[in-house]
Design a binder for this molecule. Sequence first.
Ligand code: DGT
Ligand code: CA
Ligand code: CA
Length: 476
Amino acid sequence: MPVHNADIAAIFNKIADLLEIEGANPFRVRAYRNGAQTVEGLGRNVSAMIEADEDLTKLSGIGKELAAKCMEIVTTRQCCALEKLHRQLPPELVDLLKITGLGPKRVHALYHDMGITSLEELQKAARDKRLRDMPGFGEKIEARIIGAIESRLEKKPVIMRAVVVQYAESLKEYLKNVKGVNQVAVAGSYRRCKETIGDLDILVTAGRNSTVMDRFVEYDEVREVVAHGTTRAMVILHSGLQVDLRVVDKDCYGSALHYFTGSKAHNIVIRKLGQQRGLKINEYGVFQDDKKVAGDTEESVFQAVGLVFIPPELRENRGEIEAARSGMLPNLIKITDLKGDLHVHTSATDGRNTLAEMARAAKDRGLQYLAITEHSKRLTVARGLDNSRLLRHIEAIDQLNAELKGITLLKSIEVDILEDGSLDLPDDLLATLDLVVGSVHSRFNLTQEKQTERILRAMDHPHFSILAWSSKVVRS
Ligand code: DGT
Ligand code: CA
Ligand code: CA
């Protein structure tokens, strides 16, 4: 099984976290973060590139050292540098960094001065009022830490879909190749194409003598086997992702697929609709007086309750059942329906490719328009554009528009929304743009009211077109 890009990125990020806690040179930390970002966003598999003997140092953000580390990870599945750090610092320390208000310096102090190595220990110390007297902490921070740990421990961790895809698709391929296996489907929130995934639910149909259960728990990437029965097994992968596997008979594949695709809320309504018609619906089929009347396909399950097939993406009990009943199901957007992209960066700020490369790539993908939304000057880490650089960028866009056929570059900016809700560039300059995207990159810790006021004020600006939503804002 090849090593996934997400695995390499996770190792680089862990190294960066630990180095940061150790107080290492910030440039070294940044090098690992950049490397992680490059690998994460790469369209191709690093393992495959190494196999094809490609030069990884050609990738931006990957120098000789990181290229060697990629090679090491891909060939040995390990990274000496990370192991060395683990011998110096407990690996769980990186979890502390995820607590709002705890930066590397504070985590360093917690470990070196208090011997705290895990969230549980931190929680205990905070509850025992032992943090408030540490330099740089205080009662307020102690209280904030208690709150942040509670909400973190309560929340079920989720993983971004883009990361889960790599694990899901390889595992699916692996299972497909097991002797006796017929169908393999990844159900659950994954099939519903949710942005974040709690765990994977895999459904398999297989002949009676198939060894699929044993082969599943033997999979290379399994870290822990939680359950291992004849029709159901549960494992945790090295990446921390939990995977449930169920084997069902061919003739109840549709019912099982429908049941395990969910969502739970959708399932409950479908089951109720069945009850109204005197039908019992579960993962084994649709039954009338203990006689099976449907369930070999998902279509047959929907048909049994008088509905047309509802695409998995819509199954959240948010009106899809009523829509299916009245023939009002929407047509889902496909990749080929996309006509343009309204948010890209180029190497002028923190993008990887040049303006011309981005324009050509967009055209090759069949897009008709592309908005160039560089950062504005306030975002210095991204080398945001000031007035004169933006003017020059606009000229470059005009020039490229004159050369290119079949695609239009829109002049835009991802302008910082400042703390008071004003925008980071002068009105007359914003007025010359085709559209203005506004974004919050600072002061994430304002109160909900202040943050809302700030954003509303920005949206009221006459030249404001689109609000860019960063996950950081949502979190706070
Ligand atoms: P996740 O894993 O949190 O991202 O979300 P799901 O939707 O994959 O949820 P999960 O893995 O707990 O369960 C998979 C599916 O199994 C779920 O979408 C619907 C079905 N299911 C689970 N529990 C129940 C239940 O109590 N009742 C019904 N009707 N269906 C359930
Ligand atoms: Ca799931
Ligand atoms: Ca599950």
